[in-house]
Design a protein around this ligand. Structure first.
Ligand code: HEM
Length: 502
């Protein structure tokens, strides 16, 4: 009897569900609990290859975290179109009115590290990867419909100002309001971020936006500019600062947990996808430039058209492999969708693929979660973790053109063309900056409670700024957006009219 129970104990240590533990080389492991030693009390032998390999794998578990948007949660599901958009784009996912496309999403906070609280005031990333039958298409957006800046050249400085100080390692309003006060175009985003929308209750409860306009191209090569918005069917629900403080004290990983729980309980979150369309000839007909990422496309001027619904119905099985390793990029585009001239977007087209080569390696698009549904056929080759040879019908030919292998381009997928006339290469701000008007429109659209929360949240941080000149400049921006808005911030920060006379 005793002998039998020893056998059962040994057996249950090495086999779960009938699986024998193996080394990375596939050989069965005899003992994963005791190192190989000279004598019962050691020392440990270098020849214990299993021990050395186990420690070596552990030593290398971490990869660089994302430089921004490091904390996030992911899920999988599908998009189902509800309106045929073939008049405007040949993108396969938007053809017909019940086309289904598999997708992955990653929601995130922006500024702090991978283990940071999900209660932070921060924009939330809202990134979707569609696995279409014409390659991967990513909409890498945020929960707010505008951004702080309009030119990619400012992005590293914006992020440096918002990240913890290089001296104290603490995020400091003195630093980011210094930046904001020198860049008036931030006023609109700062205003939205300091409402309660800056702390969503959970990822299911936020809307999403592409922020940028893109170009849709139809089968005749005609261009329409498009901006996307996701509208949560769970409602857009935020936490005010008291609710956020309570949540933080109880569980600051609540957003990840509640997304997982809803999906596990088959309470599948859904979002409707809307588009707004502008014809190229109408682009100059607004008092703002539609490809300026600090501007929203007002729904009362540019109609929002519902084109489909996204459903999330599967949780990741392995966080590292399916969420940490996902590589979302605004450069993942498919036939029928092209980048617009937006100066912020143009910088992003470089930055994401570049950072992913650094973060995940040069062959990151071969990682399972990033692999397109369709076979990849090109002769980009080798480097670290190159393991996709399926593209080679003749493995000896790794060049094109060749008379031995018929790998060819298809002209119907060529980019759209645009005539540039009298264009001067230049380095200057757009003339239609209109930095404050939409911030004011947004302020006036808030309820009285919404306005009060905005002022309280804003003054909570701006009040920590020790340089009165920075506070004063910010107040002038808020005043230019809306007189009442500026006056209320000034009053809360104990400025008088006299302070603005000189
Ligand atoms: C020039 C401006 C910008 C630059 C240079 C930039 C750069 C980056 C970089 C380097 C990453 C890390 C990507 C990775 O490691 O996989 C990232 C992530 C992200 N960015 Fe940006 N970003 C910019 C503006 C924006 C804007 C305007 C939005 C929203 C519309 C946005 C949304 C996101 C999201 C959602 C992620 C996380 C993607 C994920 O979940 O993997 N970024 N950004």
């Amino acid at each position: 009897m005793k002998k039998l129970s020893i056998i059962i104990a040994i057996f249950s240590c090495s086999m779960i569900n009938g699986q024998v533990m193996t080394t990375n080389g596939g050989a069965p492991v005899g003992d994963n609990q005791n190192s190989k030693t000279a004598g019962e009390y050691g020392p440990v032998l270098l020849e214990d290859v299993h021990l050395i390999e186990k420690l070596a794998a552990f030593d290398r578990e971490r990869i660089p975290e994302r430089v921004v948007h490091a904390r996030g949660a992911g899920a999988f599901g599908y998009f189902e179109s509800t309106k045929d958009m073939s008049k405007f784009t040949k993108a396969s996912l938007f053809q017909g009115n019940s086309t289904k496309t598999d997708l992955a999403v990653r929601f995130s906070t922006v500024i702090h590290g991978k283990g940071s609280p999900e209660t932070a005031r921060d924009p939330r990333g809202f990134a979707v990867k569609f696995y279409t039958d014409n390659g991967n298409y990513d909409i890498v957006g945020n929960n707010l419909p505008v951004f702080f800046i309009r030119d990619a050249i400012k992005f590293p400085d914006l992020v440096h100002s918002l990240k913890p100080s290089p001296v104290t390692n603490k995020q400091d309003p003195n630093r980011f309001f210094d930046f904001f006060s020198n860049v008036p175009e931030t006023t609109h985003m700062v205003t939205r971020l300091y409402t309660d929308l800056g702390i969503p209750k959970g990822y299911q409860y936020m809307n999403g936006s592409s922020v940028h306009g893109f170009k849709w191209i139809n089968k005749d090569g005609e261009v329409t500019y498009v901006k996307y918005s996701w509208v949560s069917k769970q409602g857009e629900i935020s936490l005010d600062i008291e609710q956020a403080a309570k949540q933080q004290a109880m569980d600051w990983q609540h957003a990840t947990v509640s997304l997982r729980e809803d999906i596990a309980n088959k309470n599948y979150p859904q979002w409707d996808l809307y588009v707004q369309l502008i014809k190229p000839q109408d682009m100059h007909g607004f008092d703002f430039w539609p490809l300026d990422a600090t501007k929203d496309w007002p729904a009362d001027k540019i109609e929002k058209i519902k084109i489909g619904t996204m459903t999330l119905n599967r949780n990741p099985i392995n966080y590292f492999q399916e969420v940490e390793s996902i590589a979302m990029s605004p450069g993942n585009l498919v036939p029928g969708i092209e980048p617009s001239e937006d100066k912020l977007l143009q910088g992003r087209l470089f930055s994401y693929f570049d950072t992913q080569r650094h973060r995940l390696g040069p062959n990151n698009q071969q990682i399972k979660v990033n692999r397109p549904k369709e076979k990849v056929v090109n002769y980009n080759s080798d480097s670290y973790s190159s393991n996709d040879n399926s593209k080679f019908s003749n493995p000896d030919i790794n060049f094109q053109p060749s008379s031995k292998v018929d790998v060819a381009e298809n002209e119907k997928y060529k980019s759209s063309e645009k005539q540039l006339k009298n264009v001067m290469i230049t380095q200057k701000k757009i003339s239609k900056t209109n930095d404050f008007e939409q911030a004011g429109d947004f302020y006036r659209s808030l309820s009285e409670k919404g306005k009060t929360h905005l002022i309280t949240n804003l003054v909570g941080d701006l009040g920590k700024v020790t340089d009165r000149k920075i506070q004063k400049t910010m107040i002038t921006y808020f005043y230019r957006a809306d007189r009442d808005y500026g006056m209320r911030v000034a009053k809360a920060l104990k400025f008088s009219q006299k302070d603005f006379m000189n």
